[in-house]
Write a protein that binds this ligand. Sequence first.
Ligand code: SAH
Length: 369
Amino acid sequence: MTPLADRLAARIAATGPMTLAEYMLECLLDPQQGYYATRDPLGAAGDFTTAPEISQIFGELAGLSLAQSWLDQGAPAPFALAELGPGRGTLMADIWRAATIVPGFHAAAHIHLVEASDPLRAAQARALRGLPVIWHARADDLPDAPLWLIANEFFDALPIRQFQRAGPAWRERVVGLQGGRLAIGLTDPAPRPDLADRLTDTPESGIVELRPAAEPVMAAIEARIATRGGAAVLIDYGDWGSRGDTFQALRGHAFADPFADPGQADLTAHVDFAALARAAPALHASCLTPQGVWLDRLGIRQRTARLGHSLQGSARAAHDAATHRLTDGAEMGNLFKVLALVQVGAPMPPGLEPGPEPDRVRETQKAGG
Ligand code: SAH
């Protein structure tokens, strides 16, 4: 089979440069040679690891927070317990196990997983064997029901576009060919009314990232929670606003050239949580909260001590190190953030505080805040 790099080069030669979003989509999800379509990328033997793979406590605390939020909203039954991009199914398995202690939760929940990768769907089926699971290709296919949803490191994998400021106009960073090889290039400057707000906070030649594919996902979440109730808890690396060029490739737990070997590296970019909140204007967003703070508030210290009780020596050290990695400001504790979205007037899930009312979110956006 023609390697993906050659197919992409042929396509660019025929029809011109592609946006970074088109490039990311092909590299990650091409059915034959895309990164997620062809492998399980997680864990020590893979390219990166994630919080639920580091410690079971992450999923346990997330699960209890979701279950308490479900109780706080009157324990509607039935409801959809959903996850976007569930990886190996580890997070959902831990959520489910932790929620065993919440009366009625299991009986009322139907698990809905939104997953594009066949190898990962198979891993999820193994991790969740015997549970009431339904898979979907898109968030749009989630049922019309009360929705408690979680997503960890899902939005960072959705394709981005990048625009570089040129005076009052913008040049898009696109993937073209240089000496027959894939390389980044710039379009001619053009006005972009949708980026008018960003002229105030972007210096000359500064870069703004947009993630158009997140918008229909947020609209699907908004439609269900606004009318049927529930909560969405979104965890990812990123910030409130976009922060210049954050496009990166990871391969074998190290940074790689994103254009060297299409389909062979994980491609991601920081998540702009303000853009996610803006794409669900009918919902109330929590304060954007560092993962370490969220886990501390949910009791990670107590749970770590409790679980560590029976461990000794190197097993105990590894157990404590996992919690340190999830919470420490120099590790994942600060880079990763948590945002919850609920109906206006509904309580926030435990561990998170209400942010400004939705109208204020749009104002702080305009001010670049
Ligand atoms: N949440 C998991 C895995 C994160 S990796 C964890 O924390 O371990 C990203 C996940 O999102 C994978 O399951 C990947 O297959 C899925 N994914 C990436 N792009 C997707 C898309 N466009 N639609 C659905 N799933 C996608």
